[in-house]
Design a protein around this ligand. Structure first.
Ligand SMILES: [Zn+2]
Length: 61
């Protein structure tokens, strides 16, 4: 489980905006940049190179 306190302080490294935690997918999503940062072994990987692009369909959920 990701620490709630950690989630509160995490922001997108690109736009410094808030992130949405997708628990089932283990990703942290920045809606502004449409990027999903992976969470590996409860460690958020806040690297643009590691992030994947989120589709518009996914953002609409
Ligand atoms: Zn961002």
């Amino acid at each position: 489980m990701l620490d709630k306190k950690l989630l509160d302080i995490l922001v997108c490294p690109l736009c410094k905006g808030p992130l949405v935690y997708d628990k089932p997918k283990q990703e942290l999503i920045c809606r502004a940049d449409r990027l999903a940062y992976p969470v590996r072994d409860d460690i958020p990987v806040m690297l643009e190179d590691e992030a994947r692009t989120v589709t518009l369909e996914e953002l609409e959920k």
